[in-house]
Design a protein around this ligand. Structure first.
Ligand code: GAP
Length: 466
């Protein structure tokens, strides 16, 4: 069940267990930044590998790219980001708190201000007594001003206002794929339809109400640009769109074990579509603050390739190998943020179980997501048990199995620690191990134990994956 704990409690749990720390914590933090600890790194890596497995590597029509964070500033002019990638902001003059005006108006008045000018938004704000959500009192609001969300820097440190040398940190990974489309066509010799997947960092100067790591300024995206024949020649785009929607759902439900009741589909109305999109469907997750966007799927038409053709002067056309006809492909884009998936996974799989007068906290992660698959625990450090346990640990790691080693505290406490880490199996080395070569394996969810021969451990674990 999602939402059994508050977001604050979940953030405390994630920090206590070394999944996520507040960014720059010893300096009082930096708003909307988070760092991933050891288990966080491992869980994130597993999320990315599963995405690759489900959406990229299982398909013959998919390849990958790793493009740079920094690109020629013209990329962002062509994509429309320098012009339109902005949110309207208002400040409370008394408290200096800053908010997104669209969020305040939507939450307090139920009005959608998408596409409105700064003046129109200011008028709505002044005609209605909007509250400052941080104080609960009526705010003394500034005019609404649009702020571009792209971070920028300048190569020319002597003259930082030199516009020629301005560089943006990319706000999405997608554009890297469009910009390399010509090279990809020439080197990969792929026929339409085919897609390019990319995992990488993106940056947005977000002002947020602070929903843990839901909306952050530095995050990782996993995006696919799937190139298809334009609908003027092949009307099948909606079929391809639905296939990708199904695959996104399969990844969330089967790969990450997010449950049906915590997922919902949201079709964007025509008025809410981005400037580049003909159809967009989000999959939303039931976070503690309500259903919110987890993944996106957009039919971007030929908008991006056409724009880059126009701005770069290079041809980004595809030549049909059978007819010799040239055209600009259209694109369907499945996209998702790794950090948001991370949060949904914590919400979904965190549980508290009452056992007599005690509470057992379990992170019931599927085997493939678990940071550690096995924890090796010697009953005692002495009498050669520690050495034997370390030997087993080293053998498992050498086999490529990510396992943990823990020799401090009672075995009961160590079991509980691993339940919180999400480790499916605890492997205990005791005196019998030294005499008959067996170990005990204890299962995280059932807490049942089984005696297994060390020599048969590999096959046993392979058979028990869940
Ligand atoms: N290329 C299309 C694109 O970037 P988007 O809806 O703006 O579309 C795609 O972003 C996904 O990236 C979202 O569905 C979300 O999972 C993730 N994402 C976007 N902004 C984010 C932020 N500030 N923090 C964390 N994840 C974010």
């Amino acid at each position: 069940m999602s939402n059994i704990v508050s977001l604050d409690e979940l953030a405390k749990f994630a920090r206590r267990k070394g999944f996520i720390y507040q960014g720059s914590e010893i300096y009082g933090g930096l708003a909307n930044t988070w760092d991933y600890g050891n288990k966080g790194v491992l869980l994130k890596e597993n999320i990315k590998n599963l995405w690759r497995q489900y959406l990229v590597q299982s398909r013959v029509d998919m390849i990958e790219l790793d493009s740079g964070i920094l690109m020629n500033q013209r990329v962002w002019e062509a994509s429309g980001h320098t012009e339109t990638f902005a949110d309207a902001m208002v400040d409370d003059k008394k408290t200096k708190h800053r908010f997104r005006a669209d969020h305040l108006i939507e939450e307090q008045l139920g009005i959608d201000v998408e596409g409105m000018s700064g003046e129109e938004i200011t008028k709505i704000m002044s005609e209605n007594k909007l509250l400052n959500p941080k104080t609960g009192k009526e705010g003394d609001w500034t005019e609404a001003r649009y702020m571009n969300l792209m971070f920028e820097t300048n190569r020319d440190k002597i003259n930082p206002s030199n516009e020629e040398t301005r560089i943006y940190l990319r706000p999405e990974t997608a554009q890297g794929i469009f910009v390399q489309f010509k090279n990809i066509l020439n080197t990969e010799r792929k026929k339409l339809p085919f897609g390019v997947g990319q995992i990488g960092k993106a940056f947005r100067n977000e002002i947020t109400p602070g929903n843990f790591n839901f909306r952050i300024v530095e995050f990782e995206q996993m995006e696919i640009e799937y190139f298809i024949t334009p609908p003027s020649k092949d009307k099948q785009w909606n079929k391809v769109f639905e296939e990708w929607l199904d695959l996104q759902k399969k990844f969330l439900k089967v790969g990450l074990a997010l449950t049906d009741e915590n997922l919902q589909q949201k079709e964007h109305s025509k008025e809410k579509l981005s400037h580049y999109s003909k159809r967009t469907v989000d999959l939303e997750y039931n976070f503690p603050f309500g259903f919110s966007e987890l993944t996106g799927l957009a039919y971007r038409t030929d908008f991006d390739l056409s724009q880059h053709m126009k701005f770069s002067g290079e041809s980004l056309e595809y030549m049909d190998p059978t007819t010799g006809e040239k055209f600009i492909p259209h694109v369907i884009e499945p996209t998702v943020g790794v950090d948001r998936l991370f949060l949904a996974i914590l919400c979904q799989h965190y549980r508290e179980e009452k056992i007599e007068n005690d509470t057992r906290i379990v992170l019931g992660l599927p085997y493939k997501l678990a940071p550690f698959k096995v924890a090796v625990l010697p009953l005692m450090k002495k009498d050669g048990l520690g050495e034997k346990a370390q030997e087993i640990f080293a053998n498992l790691r050498a086999r490529g199995l990510m396992c943990d080693y823990d020799e401090s505290g009672s075995v009961g406490k160590r079991y509980r620690r691993q339940d919180e880490n999400g480790t499916p199996w605890c492997l205990t080395v005791d005196y019998d191990t030294l005499s008959d070569g067996t170990i005990t394996l204890r299962h995280r969810d059932t807490m049942e134990q089984e005696r297994v021969k060390i020599d048969e451990l590999s096959e046993w674990l392979d058979a028990k994956k869940f």
